[in-house]
Design a protein. Structure first.
Length: 713
């Protein structure tokens, strides 16, 4: 059917907020998504995930009315009012019996891309006394911890446009179009990286695979996964040895340089080369290119270092490279993005001292792990559910997340979810988590609701002070009862007589309000005015110019590069040896078609049994006696999964990759499995990082063997 109208909007599949044009038919159905060539940031770019949005909106498998699980495991449709009544009653019962912390929230990536929802979840947690965890703490939590222990630069970080050299550990922004934390504004990413190369930027990529991003690198180091801390240590040692550090900057703003020098002393170039499996000369050239030839640029990380063993140390040391080299904006430098929809704040060329906020918060009852950003760590979630005693979690509301698929040690996680007295999934599909839920609440999908890009990330993700309001464009399916994610918490608060404070405003729960009202509260004090932004579907710029201001005369904040707990973790990492008895290391791979478990249903490979590919270097295929397309078993010390061998010359020898977020619930028959879950290979009983309970999710020692015919049958 041809479109009756075309609507300008932006995509919310990930945080990229790519500008799009939507084809909407006469019935209000979304029929196609196109890149918006007039969008000032993305200029027509759209990834396959965004282009496939109509598949999700119009999926015959989409849940369109609330569901309640029956004793036999089947589901029946009920009204939203009945679902909220029963959920609220159970929450009240559990809180009265076991305490308020027995009720918990898990929110995932698809909740975080709905701008109004995460603040409402935090409002609910504050009002209800529930505990909260999220996909953040099973992904890149090392970044949060490193900033908490190191301190931060109040002048921000150098933007991609300001760099003459960019060094990236374990990130592939040309595929994972999220941008921001890896220092790269990955909006229309191929165009941006080509423009950067044309203006002379030098690029260093550190990744076991010659990724799409590494294709543009001047130097590409291909280490074994999990050796980022060794490489960073060797880089710091070489920089200090050669006098390439910024002595004036470190003297004024950093503590611990001499101790850091002592710690990294054993990591000579030959030691790094041997331990990481890289060429020594390539390593030396990379350090010189970054620290001596390039004078303005930064070292950044993605999920690679932060999902591997010793991720706390790796992230800390990589951030120390920037400190040692003084790679931060200085007084008088232009602020690339002063903000459009969040309040403008002055930026100063000085250090915000380490807060060590985790030292001041209650610790997990399981293992004494920290709380970061107000959340307890997802790595402890199964134990928080199954371990008897005060504080044991008995109900869990999952919003926009799928812990049954993405949390490591899948069997343990699934068994824990089954142990809950109540599991609620706010989800448009019967995901692995929804299949286990007692209630499934169907949300509106991205183009059925109004929205803004996430204001708290706008300076990180976008290189212009630009934003865009998206009005509802498509109509939910006929006969559906779908809601904005946040409305569930409002309805529960009404029933439980909780007050909800949202951006400093106490919400009047006796009166209805909509998504736009919440978005207007979020934009309080912003340079752009919400009502004016709504009038301009093409978006608006904040044209104000901002510069980094000089440090205050009495500025006392200093980076702490060697706190005692980091030194202790470093010493553990420094003597860590390869696990004997395994031939390869598994690195988790991300693909264009999916973000975590979202979108996996729509990949072509996903429709084939056992289709999660096991990518190996062709030489490894030959050495193992395997053939292209052969079914294989991949076994770790913890478990085994089935995959399909695929030759991949971009991978270094000794490393395999499999896709993250695939797989069905454990125990399904092999005929029903649509790709294996690598989380079956990962343990939550070992290799957990101090403070964060982050498990080893990359660099997992494995063996690969042919799948014998009897087992395959």
């Amino acid at each position: 059917m041809s479109a009756s109208q075309q609507v300008r909007s932006f995509c919310r599949t990930c945080g990229g907020a790519c500008g799009v044009l939507l084809d909407i038919d006469d019935a209000g159905r979304l029929t196609a998504v196109h890149g918006d060539k007039d969008h000032p940031l993305t200029k027509g770019y759209i990834c396959v995930k965004g282009a496939r949005a109509p598949d999700v909106h119009n999926s015959p498998q989409r849940v369109t009315r609330p569901l309640k699980r029956q004793p036999d495991g089947s589901f029946v449709e009920i009204s939203l009012a009945q679902a909220c009544d029963e959920i609220a009653a159970k929450l009240s019962e559990i809180a009265a019996r076991d305490g308020r912390e027995a009720n918990a929230i898990y929110h995932g990536t698809q909740a975080s891309t709905n701008t109004a929802t995460v603040p409402m979840i935090r409002s609910w947690v504050a009002a209800s006394g529930s505990r909260m965890c999220s996909s953040m703490s099973i992904d890149q939590v090392a970044k949060v911890l490193a900033m908490d222990r190191l301190g931060t630069w109040a002048g921000g970080v150098l933007s991609f446009q300001q760099c003459d050299v960019w060094m990236c550990f374990g990130s592939n922004p040309l595929v994972s179009v999220m941008g921001g934390f890896n220092g790269f504004y990955s909006l229309n990413p191929t165009k941006r990286i080509k423009e950067a190369k044309a203006r002379g930027m030098k690029i260093i990529v550190i990744d076991p695979r010659r990724s799409e991003t590494a294709h543009y690198a001047d130097i590409h180091l291909q280490p074994y996964p999990g050796q980022d801390a060794a490489i960073a240590s060797g880089m710091i040692r070489r920089i200090l040895e050669q006098g390439w550090h910024d002595a004036e900057f470190t003297s004024r703003w950093a503590d611990g340089l001499d101790t850091l020098r002592e710690l990294v002393e054993p990591f000579t170039p030959d030691v790094v080369a041997q331990r990481a499996g890289i060429d020594e000369n390539d390593f030396l050239q990379a350090v010189e290119l970054f620290a001596a030839s390039g004078r303005k640029g930064g070292a950044f990380t993605g999920t690679g270092p932060d999902m591997a063993a010793h991720c706390n140390v790796a992230e800390h040391l990589i951030q120390c490279i920037n400190i040692v080299c003084g790679r931060y904006p200085r007084a008088g430098d232009k602020v690339q993005n002063p903000g459009a929809i969040s309040p403008s704040t002055p930026m100063f060329a000085q250090v915000n001292a380490p807060t060590r906020a985790f030292d001041k918060t209650p610790k997990s009852r399981i293992g004494g792990y920290a709380q970061l950003l107000g959340e307890f760590m997802t790595g402890t979630l199964p134990y928080e559910i199954t371990t008897p005693g005060p504080g044991r979690i008995r109900t869990l509301i999952c919003v926009g997340g799928n812990p049954a698929a993405v949390v490591p040690d899948q069997k343990k996680m699934v068994d824990a979810l089954r142990d809950l007295e109540m599991l609620v999934a706010v989800d448009p599909l019967m995901t692995q988590t929804a299949q286990l839920a007692h209630y499934v609440i169907p949300p509106k999908l991205q183009f059925e609701r109004s929205d803004l890009p996430r204001p708290w990330f706008e300076r990180t993700y976008f290189d212009q002070a630009y934003s865009q309001y998206a009005a509802p464009a498509s109509t939910p399916p006929p006969g559906s009862e779908v809601i904005d994610d946040w409305l569930l918490f409002v309805e529960l608060a009404k029933r439980l007589n909780f007050s909800l404070s949202y951006y400093g405003v106490e919400l009047d729960l006796t009166q209805p309000f909509d998504n736009d009202y919440l978005l207007s509260l979020i934009m309080q004090g912003a340079p752009l005015v919400f009502d004016e932004l709504k009038k301009h579907p093409e978006g608006l710029h904040n044209t104000a110019t901002q510069f980094v201001e000089a440090a205050a005369v009495d500025a006392q904040g200093r980076f702490d590069m060697t706190p005692a707990d980091v030194i202790a973790e470093f010493k553990t990492f420094a003597v860590d040896l390869p696990t004997p008895g395994f031939t390869h290391l598994l690195a988790v791979r991300r693909i264009r078609e999916a973000i975590n478990s979202h979108g996996v249903e729509y990949t072509e490979e996903r429709r084939m049994p056992h289709a999660n590919p096991v990518h190996l270097n062709p030489a490894d295929l030959l050495q193992l006696g395997l053939s292209e397309g052969q079914d294989v078993a991949v076994a770790s010390a913890h478990g085994s999964v089935i995959g399909r061998a695929v030759g991949d010359a971009s991978l270094r020898s000794g490393v395999i990759t499999m896709n993250h977020g695939w797989g069905d619930l454990p125990g399904k028959s092999k005929a029903d499995i649509k790709g294996s879950s690598v989380n079956l290979l990962i343990s939550l009983d070992s290799d957990l990082q101090p403070l964060t309970a982050m498990p080893r999710m990359s660099g997992i020692p494995v063996n690969i063997t042919p799948l014998i015919a009897a087992r395959r049958a």
